[in-house]
Ligand binder design. Sequence first.
Ligand code: ASP
Length: 328
Amino acid sequence: MRIMSRLVGLLAGAALLAHAVPVAAQAEYPARPITLIVPFAAGGPTDIVARIVADHMSKTLGQQLVIENVVGAGGTTASTRAMRATNDGYTIIMGHMGTHAASVALYPKLAYHPSKDFETIGLAAGTPILIVARKDFPAKDLKDFVSYVKANADKMNMAHAGVGSVSFTTCLLLNSLMGVKPTAIPFQGTGPALNALVGGQVDYMCDQIVNLVPQIKAGNIKAYAIGTPERNPALPDVPTSKEAGLPAFHAVAWNALFAPKGTPKPVLDKLTAALDKALDDEATRKRLFDLGSDIPGKDRRGQEALSKLVTSEIDKWSPIIKASGITQ
Ligand code: ASP
């Protein structure tokens, strides 16, 4: 009997301990650096947004967020890796409208489902899309651009960051509006794609604003339109697609943080709070704003708002992609 009750006591103690360990471990999260996967090459828009918010989040969390650029398959290689990572909060990903929405329709056999296989942390930035071309592109405005591309479609090289990327998907929309199928040249991100555009090796692309502002201001590339209803304060001279005569080109992307499914809620909450604090910080806001980002207000921040955004973006882009007939 004594042995039995000691055994029961031991078992109860072990059960208590098993509970106590993860709680204690969570309480001290993060105890080491956090890997933040960027699914495209360094220097591109996702990398830029990731580095800006990570700088401030690292201060709040007391641990470095270490950026790891994992390229390939329009961001879906990295997203698959993030989905399979240990769900302890030490691996997270800066996803976007491509990896966590458009990819669903582009890849019928995608290894992950953005809303089922990830936990949401929060929206980091809205990133309007611009139609840009090499600086000597022979078109003075968007109407000219459309006529020129239509007349020379077989000679046009359009840069993009892989099937599944924002640049691919939004130019899919643009090309379908123009009724053209140019040669699509893939890069590992729009950082390297922009270098090719500045160098005149490709003709045009559609890209997130944060990558483009310095090059447009320096006159190294031409901007024909922005896919938002309003002009952007960072580029006040660039007309909206509506003003420029192509109102159906409505294209706004976004970058957001995700964690693998099953990441503990207290860990997610710490990450969400750190992102929120970064988006409230004046210096961080200025860096994002100067590059043309739309900084989410409180109502668009957090886990729930991002879950809703992912669902609505999958619903928005899937019919556009299906109508184009392009799947992998
Ligand atoms: N945003 C990606 C990048 O950072 C490219 C893309 O989605 O088009 O390069």
